[in-house]
Design a protein around this ligand. Sequence first.
Ligand SMILES: [Ca+2]
Length: 439
Amino acid sequence: MATVAMVLGLSLFLGWASLGAEAEPRPPNIVLLLMDDMGWGDLGVFGEPSKETPHLDQMAAEGMLFPNFYTANPLCSPSRAALLTGRLPIRNGFYTTNAHARNAYTPQEIVGGIPDSEFLLPELLKKAGYVNKIVGKWHLGHRPQFHPLKHGFDEWFGAPNCHFGPYDNKARPNIPVYRNWEMVGRFFEDFPINLKTGEANLTQIYLQEAVDFIKQQAHQQPFFLYWAVDATHAPVYASKSFLGTSQRGRYGDAVREIDDCVGKILKLLQDLGIQENTFVFFTSDNGAALISAPIQGGSNGPFLCGKQTTFEGGMREPAIAWWPGHIPAGRGIDFCPGQNISGVTTHSQEEHTKLPLLFHLGRDPGEKYPISFSSLEYQNVLLKIFPIVEEHKKTMIPAEPQLNVCNLAVMNWAPPGCEKLGRCLASPESKPEKCFWPH
Ligand SMILES: [Ca+2]
């Protein structure tokens, strides 16, 4: 009986295996778009009020948005080491015991880097027949033994460290930019970054690298593109055509340029007809660097703190998966569970800032059915509302704000009735202060 079962099992396995070999589909291409210091709150789809990420918002609408996606560490190097190894920094070596709970990364004086004993995602993909390219920041060690082409990548255009500088090339060298095995120049010298104006063409160069690689590989063997751009990491930069275009300043310029590039990459996949065979994932290595704000730092939305902290602001990242035909559109988020209202509580939160939403509370007290913008009813009501709003603003006399001043002496030291109970407490000296509102 056991023998029969074994033979049956073996023949089933062989049959399945041969069938599998004949019908085996081409593995999907993988495009990993990794941002640098971009915060959860920087995307329009997560509520950034300027709504300047139309392509990312569209990507989320067409794919799956992950509102609760976390990095393994709130700093560049350990986060990237974890992403590429699938292991926590304490397991892959990207941590320090110099002092308790130190944030450690790989500046150019670091001796260490990614150990040979680690298996990186591109190494595993290479075994599966993929061609792998990294564009942008590596940050897993800059010494020869840590070179990305020694750890599974076939091509590289980018830099081993952050684009800090300029240095004098005496006390400290400027950071090199590599093409594959060799450097092709240095930041500030050959790849200029204007610290005063924020102008740099690097994101456009990184886009071109991605476009060329995708075109080259589109109909070859499957590919893995790791697009690790760094325009949102201080010193924040954008190319000339994006500088000054954001309501959010220079940081927003950088986000707008990246958003535009993401749109171009997704469109290219569609134009090449490989969108249904390419899995695209967008995320960031750590939360926005509030220490660089407001000019060079992003937004972590409602979350506490940011980069270099393990609060939500440091660890929770924007994340979107996109794979037409495989990932159903508009999945993964429900801001108002059980209260889906067409055109209002939408996945993409569209139309929220263009015109006021109006509800007829007589017919619709639950505010489930916004009146159509194009209806005569809506337009007539708006004509009545606007003059009333204007009149209100003109005649309004603001009251003294009640939430500006704080004083420890006004706390519940001696509530009414405390004397009878003998429970009155002495209040501290009155010391009115401006309230501190950290959130
Ligand atoms: Ca970072």
